[in-house]
Design a protein around this ligand. Structure first.
Ligand code: NAD
Length: 384
């Protein structure tokens, strides 16, 4: 099939197998160039197929020399439609890692479910004995609860409605958006989907089954951001879930002290991923942020962030006073944020091309689905 991008708003419904492979190849090449450091050798990554989770998997394999088990929820091709990008990424990662002599096994299915936890536990027991690191990077719109009911997360504000600028990704138009207030049930559901409950369930299940090594480390990811995005993110419904995630990290470290477990939340930089593209206001902020961070020579993508996390910040045990690992340190620098705020007040449909890095935003977007790589022949027939 000749695969072309089919973009609908903030999603692309096709993915290019060769381009996804190129994405993984480039991330691996970056980590190989950066070199190895001492670290965990048996790493479970939950949410391992795209964005920060995929980059984590690559960073620990090529930064620590670790074997990995990945869990993700992706769609396989049915012969007529392409698979999802995460499906192709996973396949490519397994191929490269295996070629380089690393164990890489992946599970495709619902990470929230008890069945998935049991399958992974059995595999760890059989193949490794114990895991020594667990990365939790799942970003899901909804969750099937153990009783079969479905709960959905929402991207809304808390307390009062918000009107601010946003970009309409269908036509790059800058306009105003009003984000409604989440009610209590929506907030609680968002916490159930994106908070720490499932992370805790994974860790408890692994410890109870005796497949998590003493002194193991676990990490989950969060975002804080600047004032511009606080109402929609940090103080919004998703932010309430992220607070719960952080409280869970404290609770896990405290309650599993006997086991020597250390649970961290790493606050990462705002980047184009399938999840962040869905948040109102954030994509416009990202395109202005990219512009400034690239000008200042501070720009990083997922792999640069994850390589810095696993080879620098985590080994050094570097946290802020609250206990967060801060990979948003460069994003939140005063010289970066003062310039972004200034652009925010000025940006319009007419000047976005000049003031923001809208081309950089779209380039990252297409590349996430395996498109726009200069060394991939998109006119060629590919096996999907
Ligand atoms: P992403 O959409 O690229 O990745 C989500 C991953 O979760 C994929 O591997 C997907 O397959 C998996 N997944 C979704 N539902 C699942 C399910 N039911 N079972 C198993 N796997 C499932 O998202 P991302 O942006 O990389 O987000 C990962 C984490 O990083 C999230 O906690 C997010 O809040 C955080 N984060 C993101 C940003 C950003 O700007 N993108 C910034 C800071 C922190």
């Amino acid at each position: 099939m000749i695969v072309e991008p089919k973009v609908k708003g903030f999603i692309c419904t096709t993915a290019h197998p060769e381009g996804c492979k190129e994405n993984v190849r480039r991330q691996i090449a970056y980590c190989k160039e950066k070199g190895m450091t001492e670290g965990p050798k048996k790493v479970l990554v939950i949410g391992s197929s795209t964005g920060y989770g995929l980059a984590s998997r690559i960073a620990v394999t090529y930064g620590y020399g670790a074997d990995t088990i990945g869990v993700a929820f992706e769609k396989e091709s049915n012969g007529r439609r392409t698979a999802t990008a995460g499906w192709y990424n996973t396949k490519a990662f397994e191929e490269f890692a295996t070629e380089d002599g690393y164990y890489a096994k992946s599970f495709n299915g619902d990470g929230f479910s008890k069945e998935m936890k049991e399958q992974v536990i059995e595999t760890i027991r059989k193949d490794w004995g114990k895991a020594d690191m667990v990365v939790y990077s799942m970003a899901a719109p909804r969750r099937t609860m153990p009783d079969g009911t479905m709960v959905s997360s929402v991207l809304k504000t808390v307390g009062k409605e918000l009107t601010n600028k946003t970009i309409d990704l269908r036509n790059n138009e800058i306009k105003e958006v009003t984000v409604p207030v989440a009610n209590e049930e929506e907030i609680q559901n968002t916490i159930k989907v994106m908070g720490g409950e499932d992370w805790e369930a994974w860790i408890r299940a692994l410890v109870e089954a005796d497949v998590l090594a003493e002194g193991a480390v676990t990490l989950a990811y969060s975002y804080i951001g600047p004032d511009i995005t606080h109402a929609i993110y940090k103080d919004g419904s998703i932010g309430q879930a992220k607070k719960h995630l952080f409280e869970t990290s404290k609770k896990l470290t405290e309650e599993m002290a006997d086991h020597g477990l250390k649970a961290y939340v790493s606050v990462n930089k705002a980047l184009v991923t399938q999840s962040s593209a869905a948040i109102p206001i954030v994509p416009l902020y990202i395109s202005l942020l990219y512009k400034i961070m690239k000008e200042e020579g501070l720009h990083e993508g997922c792999i640069e962030q994850m390589n810095r996390l696993f080879t620098k910040k985590l080994p050094a045990g570097e946290t802020d006073s609250e206990g967060y690992i801060r990979l948003d340190d460069w994003e939140l620098q005063e010289n970066v944020q003062s310039k972004v705020s200034e652009l925010w007040t000025k940006v319009t449909t007419e000047n976005i091309g000049e003031l923001g890095d809208i081309d950089g935003y779209w380039e990252d977007f297409y590349q996430m689905f395996g498109f726009h790589y200069d060394n991939v022949d998109y006119s060629a027939d590919v096996e999907i």
